[in-house]
Design a protein around this ligand. Structure first.
Ligand code: ATP
Length: 430
């Protein structure tokens, strides 16, 4: 199979220009150059290509150095893994000689990787890495569909290298591991199998499915919390995380990660609709937001004790642990707040991370939570601390109390204008 047409039609002009430049440099150095992994899979499937993993049979650092000399930028060498990261800069864009293209549309950096083999000293450990051939490099991968390479140099431009049958598995819609110890060597692959299967609507091939067995499940306990959390984070970034979590539960993969996860929220339709809804709320970074919200929604029905235990096992960042705990507590207590005034809601909710409030709102649709997020939390008195000082009041508990009462009055509709606010202040400061 030759994918030169797809390369030329699916990649942006900017990415293509960059790949051509790297290819020319690799040819000069006589280094076979390949695009590997997910980008080849996505090109075949006609999905957008997100990032490029460029692998050379030989010394990737040599290629990076030579590119640095000709096209400037910065290179960081990661010697242990035989990889180098090239970051493009202003000079690079001037030297690239593609003036019609905007600098902002280029990928900001590129990784160059030396083809390598990996062996595991013990299951679940980090692998021992050695420079090797492209075939060995493909054999260390997780699934056949991720173990294809597309050659870029010289007359090979666009030629697919597929020694493990990835194309046939794509045609049949199958997730297949490469050898029978794969899940034991790296148990994150069980979670990855579920994520790719449900992303592409594929089946897990029967022999691969059989290898998701008790021995493989038990090896999950050897994994670091961070690696496990990262795999679930990636699910929350997909368009159908509920299905993925559901499938993990069916395959009995959740219990070995932490027994309480089997009792977590089994339906998270909110995440799927999130993109339709979040517009009215202020959200800084949608991907980080989806991940954090995903975890909170998933864990919310559990007790705070269970959440603490899961947070410890999966090495949660502090804010995530605090938000998940806060949401669980709010979910339980919120029904007893129904007769509260807006000021009571606001003072209570302000102590919690706002993402926890949003998560409980998605579960309960309690209008007060929405009003708090959209408006109440931004309502402040027009009179400030400085105004109080100008009136001769000393900063202190009474001072803070007055500002709080003014704010309550605005929130609860007891004052509606500056004049009413000033009258209230006069009463309060006697
Ligand atoms: P995605 O679209 O989810 O980003 P990707 O294929 O680009 O998919 P990455 O996690 O960026 O996924 O990994 C790049 C490649 O590295 C994969 O395609 C696969 O070949 C290999 N890989 C990643 N993780 C593993 C693993 N745990 N075991 C073996 N190979 C892996």
């Amino acid at each position: 199979m030759n994918l030169s047409d797809k390369l030329e039609s699916f990649l942006t002009a900017e990415s293509l220009a960059l790949i051509r430049l790297i290819k020319t440099e690799a040819e000069r150095l006589n280094l076979p150059l390949y695009l590997v992994g997910g980008s080849v899979r996505d090109l075949i499937l006609g999905f957008p290509v997100k990032d490029f993993d460029l692998t050379v049979e030989g010394d990737a650092a040599q290629l990076a150095e030579s590119i640095l000399r000709r096209f400037a930028g910065r290179v960081i060498f990661h010697t242990r893994f035989g990889t180098a990261t090239w970051t493009l800069d202003e000079t690079t864009f001037r030297r690239l000689d593609v003036p019609m293209l905007g600098a902002s549309s280029f990928p900001p950096f590129l990784d160059f990787i030396s083809a390598r083999s990996e062996t595991y000293s013990q299951p679940g450990a980090l692998p021992t890495v050695k420079r090797s051939t492209i075939d060995d490099d493909l054999r260390r991968r997780d699934f056949t569909i991720n173990a294809m390479a597309l050659r870029l140099d010289g007359r090979f431009w666009g030629k697919v290298h597929d020694p493990l049958g990835g194309q046939t598995d794509i045609e049949r819609g199958l997730m297949r591991i490469l050898h029978k110890n794969s899940f034991i060597d790296d148990p994150t692959r069980m979670l990855r199998a579920v994520r790719y299967a449900l992303r592409y609507g594929f089946e897990i091939e029967p022999e691969t499915l059989n290898l998701i067995n008790d021995e493989a499940r038990q090896s999950l306990s050897r994994l670091s919390g961070e690696r496990l959390r990262h795999e679930i984070d990636l699910m929350f970034e997909e368009s159908n995380p509920s299905e993925m979590l559901h499938r993990l539960a069916e395959l009995n993969i959740l219990g070995p990660i932490h027994p309480s996860l089997e009792h977590a929220n089994s339906q998270l339709p909110f995440l799927e609709i999130l993109s339709l809804e979040y517009g009215e709320f202020t959200i800084p970074d949608i991907m980080t937001f989806k991940r954090t919200l995903g975890w909170i929604l998933w864990l919310m029905p559990l007790s705070e004790y269970d959440i603490d235990m899961i947070a410890k096992r999966l090495d949660f960042p502090v804010l995530l642990a605090r938000s998940a705990r806060a949401a669980a507590s709010l979910l339980r207590k919120q029904p007893s707040f129904v007769s509260w005034q807006p000021s009571q809601w606001t003072f209570y909710l302000e102590e919690l991370p706002s993402i926890a409030v949003y998560a409980v709102y998605l579960m309960r649709r309690e209008p007060a939570l929405r009003d708090y997020l959209v408006s109440w939390r931004n309502i402040k008195p027009t009179i400030t601390g400085n105004d109080l000082k100008d009136r001769g009041l000393e900063p202190g508990p009474k001072f803070a109390g007055i500002l709080r009462q003014l704010r309550s009055a605005w929130l609860d509709g007891e004052v509606k204008s500056k004049e009413e606010e000033t009258r209230l202040l006069e009463k309060l400061s006697i």
